[in-house]
Design a protein around this ligand. Sequence first.
Ligand code: I3P
Length: 106
Amino acid sequence: QEGMLCRKHDMEGSGKKASNRSWNNLYCVLKPGQLSTYKDSKSFGHGVTYHGEDPLSLSNATWEILTNYKKKKHVAKLRLADGSEYLFQCKDEEELQRWSQAMEKA
Ligand code: I3P
């Protein structure tokens, strides 16, 4: 599964709020056990991750659709094993379901 998602880094693993809290449109690529982010599909083709970020490890991670999130629609929260949290906004409900199913399998 891959495609554009809007991402916000919400919490650091330490339990404090992330310092860079803005939303970024990123090309996200889900492989078994890891989620990688790129500026766009072209960067993905070149293997250059967004800001040189390492892939996020999905082992012991949880993905929760935020049905009551008021600020944006079609948002899910990814919580990693270290406690850090990222919000992902999909363009519509269909995309949200697609990503959610892929996350369950990854
Ligand atoms: C953040 C940006 C985010 C906003 C966040 C701001 O500022 O406006 O969109 O989150 O609010 O800190 P900046 O771009 O200057 O980093 P929301 O859109 O979810 O409100 P927050 O700190 O209350 O999360």
